[in-house]
Design a protein around this ligand. Structure first.
Ligand code: ASP
Length: 324
């Protein structure tokens, strides 16, 4: 496989900053392209030349293990040159503004920037100032589009049509960009979305996003096809949102007892990193008959290859025009 088999790509944006606003054909296009890389990634020889000569810069202002590694691998496998800008050692730490960073990057002529930032909206701001395509690796508690795509790919491969499914997203929805991107994607593709969380960890008026809200796991998990657990994002919590980790686990941690409420073959998902014994029981997390957590990581590389390919090829001809 060396080239895009689609003559007219259905994804027509310069960037991928979020799932909100994407159409079902655009999402399906990215998932179909991702699908085409899965088997390829299992072979010994993984190198393609689809993005040969292109430069991808990974710019992570916030810590990341799987997302940054996955984007780096994806870009390398497509044949691109990849630079990981270590923000901790960069001028950003010396007070450089995002706009100055954008000017610096423009002068280096990258083709794609992958950006993660702790502030919601910061990736969009940077995208407005740079001349190349930008893919969000997550911005604050706003969106994490490639996570939602890799979750959808994992579900689609196991369960087929998303529109036939009921998905429960459980836990710290308030601070979760993963939840927000998944709500947009699942709603767009016609799935039924339930949120299960304590009142303190739900944004107000979240029902307006077209979800059903539950505050009780046993009730909310009833007959679900998919259970997506979320990490308690303590680093984003300025106050106490629940009495103790122990109490949280008692009411909202995923255990076999609570799982008994779902359909018997319901899949268990978690975007990682997991707080074992807090939002998920360790045995449940490692139950590979039901848990697809490792598969999510594998799908992540394929999805990021599809996104890099799509934006890299789409912007190929325009890059020249945009150059100063
Ligand atoms: N890795 C995901 C994110 O970056 C989920 C998490 O950190 O809990 O949002």
């Amino acid at each position: 496989m060396t080239e895009n088999s689609y003559d007219i790509p259905s994804y027509l944006h310069r960037d991928l900053l979020g799932i909100e606003g994407l159409t079902p054909p655009e999402i399906s296009y990215l998932l179909d392209r991702s699908e085409s890389f899965i088997e390829h990634n299992r072979q010994a020889d993984k190198k393609l030349d689809i993005l040969h000569g292109r430069t991808v810069i990974n710019l992570f202002f916030e810590n990341s293990t799987r997302t940054s590694t996955s984007f780096e691998l994806a870009a390398l496998r497509l044949g691109a040159d990849v630079i990981n800008m270590a923000v901790a050692q960069s001028s950003v730490r010396k007070g450089e503004t995002l706009i100055d960073t954008a000017m610096t990057l423009n002068a280096m002529h990258p083709d794609i920037l992958v950006v993660r930032h702790s502030e919601s909206g910061a990736v969009k701001l940077l995208a407005e100032k740079v001349k190349c395509a930008v893919i969000s690796g997550g911005d604050g508690s706003h969106e994490h589009p490639t996570q939602a795509l890799l979750d959808a790919l994992t579900i689609r491969r196991r369960r087929g049509d998303l529109s036939a499914l009921t998905v429960a997203i459980c836990g710290d929805v308030l601070h979760s960009r993963v939840a927000r991107s998944n709500i947009h994607l699942l709603n767009t593709m016609g799935a039924r979305v339930r949120l299960i969380a304590p009142r303190t960890l739900l944004p107000s008026k979240i029902e307006a996003m077209g979800v059903e809200v539950f505050h009780d796991m046993v009730e909310g998990l009833k007959d679900c096809d998919i259970v997506m657990m979320l990490r308690l994002q303590k680093e984003r919590m300025a106050a106490n949102f629940f009495p103790s980790a122990r109490e949280y686990f008692h009411f909202f941690g995923l255990t076999y007892e609570k799982l008994a409420m779902t359909k018997p073959d319901a899949l268990i998902m978690h975007p990682g990193p997991m707080n074992r014994g807090v939002e998920i029981d360790t045995e449940v997390a490692d139950d590979y008959g039901r848990s697809v957590i490792r598969e999510q990581v594998e799908m992540g590389v394929a999805v990021r290859m599809a996104c890099l390919e799509t934006l890299g090829l789409r912007n190929k001809d325009e890059a020249q025009e945009r150059a100063p």
